[in-house]
Design a binder for this molecule. Sequence first.
Ligand SMILES: NC(=O)c1ccc[n+]([C@@H]2O[C@H](COP(=O)([O-])OP(=O)(O)OC[C@H]3O[C@@H](n4cnc5c(N)ncnc54)[C@H](OP(=O)(O)O)[C@@H]3O)[C@@H](O)[C@H]2O)c1
Length: 334
Amino acid sequence: MVAKERRVAVVTGSSTGIGFETCLLFARSGIRTYATMRNLVKADIIKNIAEKEKLPLMVIQMDVDKDDSVVRAFKEICNDDKRGITIDILVNNAGFGLFGALEDQPIDDIKKQFETNLFGAIRTIQQVLPVMRNQRRGTIVNISSLAGYVGFPASSVYNSTKFALEGLSESLSYEIEPYGISVVLIEPGVINTNFVKNIIMPDNTLSISSYLFSSSSPPSESLTMAAASSSSSATIGSAKYSDNSKSNRESKYANVIEKFLSHYYPAMRNAPDPKEVAKVILESIEASVVSSRQGTNNNFFKYPVGEDAKLYADAKRKMSDSELHSFIAKRILS
Ligand SMILES: NC(=O)c1ccc[n+]([C@@H]2O[C@H](COP(=O)([O-])OP(=O)(O)OC[C@H]3O[C@@H](n4cnc5c(N)ncnc54)[C@H](OP(=O)(O)O)[C@@H]3O)[C@@H](O)[C@H]2O)c1
């Protein structure tokens, strides 16, 4: 087993939230940590903390949507350590949510959601596998969600990216087991990060969403986020929101969306801190390393995080498909 202070980790989407906290926890535990992010303008906070605490943490630019960015980042990481190329841990964390009714989603936005949440993880896994195979050890941690094992209304696209990530992880674990590599799925419920503010919605859902977001947020959480990339959708925190409620441009699914968001947004208020997720990620890696050392023949692990994630995981285990469907409809739509 490699001592913690000799281990190397790469984390995607480290500018905020779960990725940010995971990088700090890793580095404070002595793991040499590459905090990757797509926009280096956001690097100052983590860099300042690392400098002040003398942490083994380096910031590297990586946009997981882009082949060349991912390849270049891994090259930089592999050339950085004079002791030779090793990467013990990869955390695929970069992601965002595209919510709303499927019929309303522009296909380009759906592709963009898959580009980041699924293909982003595939790109980094393809880069890290040759390194992990050579060293015959490693842990790949994929940040899934409770939406990776239970379908929710108004979430079909986000749900499908996380279900896909779960299927990929489960299947991949068999291929890489002979090389001593483990796969961990982290399945958080609602966590208090910028995730909700960064959600993208179709244009015809924005007014409902912005209204419900504002009424469930503390006054300091004003609507200040940047407009989204596509012309037909925007982040819910965006100042650009059309007051099209009750017009014929309003979604035909407004009722379901409103019910879902009325349940979802307020949950953020008392949601766990991303530090809780970071702790579970670190524990899950220790457990996977111990398991692989003991030769238990198990290299695939799942960790729901938060009371909501545990409740739904339990419901999924114990209920039939139709019972689960009614359970979710009753909790969220009635
Ligand atoms: N918060 C929750 O309730 C929750 C629940 C379950 C699962 N998750 C999952 O947890 C992960 C982290 O989310 P979070 O809650 O920490 O939200 P967050 O604070 O919004 O963080 C998301 C991170 O992903 C980065 N990112 C987005 N697209 C990227 C790209 N193309 N390349 C590189 N980085 C990119 C963001 O960078 P920028 O700062 O540049 O935008 C940011 O650093 C996501 O995969 C999410 O699906 C979150």
